[in-house]
Structure formats: C-alpha cells, structure tokens
Design a protein around this ligand. Structure first.
Ligand SMILES: Cc1cc2nc3c(=O)[nH]c(=O)nc-3n(C[C@H](O)[C@H](O)[C@H](O)COP(=O)(O)O)c2cc1C
Length: 324
C-alpha cells in the first residue's frame, strides 16, 4: 500500500475534481498537458447505488488517465460503503471522499463540508469504507476545507483524527465553507496540516500560474498540488509548471490550438456532435478569453451548432495576437 500511495503523491500535479468541467474528455486533455493524477467529478453515493446507469458517465475513464481516482459524496456510512464496493468494479486507482463541497444541495443532508461539523460521522464513514477497501491495495483520500466558518477552523484537528482513523492521503482547499470561493485561500493551513500529519498532503487553492504552483510547494512543503479553476481554458498550465521546474519550453499558440482541437474531437467522440458543441461552450469561452476579438467568437460559439465554423473562429484567434 505504501508504494501505491507514494506512487500517487510523488506525482506532483493533480487535476482538481470540478463538477461540470472535468469530464472524461477534459481529463484526457489535462493528462496530455502534463497532469499526473486526475479525479472524477463528485459522484453521489446514493445516486450510484440507486441509479447506477445515470452515474456511469462520471466514473468512466480510459487507461491513459491512470492514476485515476473516483470521488464520492454522501452522509450515510453503509450507503457510502456500498457505493465504493460497486465502484471498485471500475478498477480506479484510489477513492476520494468529498468533505469540502459547500453547495447547499450537498450540505443540507450533512454531506460535503458539513461532515467537518460532524467528525464522528466522518469517522464512521471512513471506517465503513475502509472495510470495503481492506485487502484491495486501493488508497483512500479525503478532500477537506479549512472548516465550517471562521469560528470553526478545525482542519488540522479534523485531518489528524481522519489520519488516525486510517485515511491514506488528504487534500485541503483552505477556505471555510462560509467563504465558498471568496477571499484568498490560506496556504498557512496547508503548511500546518503537513507539519501535523504524517500522511501525504495535497495543497489546493488559487494556483493560477506556474509561479503560484512553485510558491505553494515552497511555502507549505505539501507533497503535491491540485489545480482547479486555473486550469479551465488553460490545461497547458500543467506543462508550464513542469517547464519552470525543469527549465523546459512552454507550449506555443499553435500547440495550444492542437490541444483545443483534440479536446473538441474527444468530446464529440464521447457525447456526439450536438451535445459536445453545447457542453464545450463553457470551455470555449475560457479558451477565447484575453484574445483580440474573443467576445465576437464567443457570441458565435454560443449560437452555432456548426463544428467547422467554431473551429475556424478559434483558429483565427490563436493565429492572431493576445490583448495582454
Ligand atoms: C465549477 C466547480 C466545480 C467543483 N466541483 C468539485 C467537485 O466535484 N468535488 C470537489 O471536491 N471539489 C469541487 N470543486 C472545488 C475544487 O476542486 C477546488 O477545491 C477549488 O476550486 C479550489 O481550487 P482552485 O482555486 O484551484 O480552483 C469545484 C469547484 C468549482 C469552481
């Protein structure tokens, strides 16, 4: 087991789970750009055991995406355990439990970041899930926040308790649930967690460029960094980070264009042309940000169902000049 965990955390760059963004096509693109570890979007444990076919698209992955983790959320220990038992059929490389989601729909029943308010329940969930994972060599990680709010910043004590219960890795996005995504994430908490725990710690929050990633490693001593919003429309950031760590070259615009095309082609392959065009609108709007004429292209992308027309418009941007 130790070897499996260090194989994951000596892999330095993790793609964050991002519901609605990090689907199978985008994960492949991120791997091509240098992501070391990728994770599924969060999957409801209840949803998985009661309507498995609807959740399938979230847990499906390709061999190229390994190491691949599946993240689940929920609040009932036996349901979480059952979901993991069923998910093991997919042969993921690790299981992650979401203990950080701030969204009302998730926390109202006590899942996601609400579990940081009920450590006993979190312990029970981990114990039940560990029973299923016993003997499989598949590590268990959790993803947490700083705590519920400013008066309940229990990440370090909570993390320690979960470590004592048997998790193998921990990721922290150091904002409270009340903060949602506002303000700055507090990297000093990543450092404190790393100092207090002996399992690998994955730092997350506000990495927008390669320099940020280098700073997070330096300031916190974390084992790996996880990147979310900074990668949307910008998957080559993984290559840029590896670039500054090894002094190699960044992608130029023509290479980036090839990556965008690959992303589009993969999405079409997975979802069919019309669905892919609609679902890719979010990605395209990020890919076209900061370019001279980007707004016009976004307008076209949002109204067009014509694949060649969209590709041609993006191609023109990437052959032109950036605004800044
Ligand atoms: C659109 C969106 C979807 C997200 N979905 C998930 C999710 O499914 N599971 C999860 O643990 N965190 C989720 N997060 C949180 C991110 O994984 C990450 O912790 C957070 O965005 C902070 O990292 P960043 O500053 O690099 O974006 C989501 C965040 C965003 C913006």
């Amino acid at each position: 087991m130790k070897n499996t965990i260090s194989a994951l955390t000596c892999k330095k760059l993790w793609l964050a789970p991002l519901a609605g963004i990090t689907d199978k096509a985008f994960r492949t693109i991120c791997k091509q750009c240098g992501a070391d570890v990728v994770i599924s979007e969060m999957v409801s444990a209840d949803g998985y055991i009661y309507n498995k076919s609807r959740s399938m698209k979230y847990v499906d992955f390709t061999e190229f995406q390994r190491p691949f983790g599946i993240q689940i959320f929920g609040y009932k220990p036996p349901v979480m355990a059952k979901a993991v038992e069923m998910i093991l059929e997919k042969r993921p490389d690790f299981i992650d439990i979401n203990m950080g989601c701030p969204v009302r729909k998730v926390i109202k029943r006590g899942a996601g970041s609400a579990l940081m308010k009920t450590p006993e329940l979190a312990v029970e969930i981990i114990c039940e899930v560990k029973k299923v994972l016993d003997g499989t060599n598949i590590p268990l990680s959790i993803k947490i926040r700083s705590g519920w709010d400013d008066s309940n910043m229990n990440a370090v004590d909570f993390g320690k308790r979960m470590e004592d219960t048997g998790i193998d890795m921990i990721c922290i996005h150091p904002r409270t649930r009340s903060q949602m995504f506002s303000g700055r994430s507090d990297w000093t908490l990543i450092k404190k967690l790393k100092e207090k725990l002996s399992i690998p710690v994955i730092g997350n929050g506000d990495i927008r460029n390669a320099e940020d990633a280098r700073e997070m490693f330096k300031e916190t001593g974390c084992d790996s960094v996880m990147i979310g919003r900074g990668i949307i429309g910008n998957p080559w950031l993984f290559a840029e980070i590896k670039g500054i760590m090894s002094n190699s070259n960044n992608f130029d615009n023509s290479e980036k264009l090839e990556i965008i095309k690959d992303h589009f082609i993969l999405a079409i392959k997975n979802k069919g042309e019309d669905n892919a065009i609609k679902e890719m609108r979010t990605h395209f709007s990020y890919y076209t940000k900061g370019f001279q004429g980007g707004a016009k292209v976004r307008e076209l992308i949002n109204s067009s169902l014509n694949k060649s027309e969209i590709l041609e418009a993006i191609e023109q941007l990437y052959q032109g000049k950036r605004k800044k």
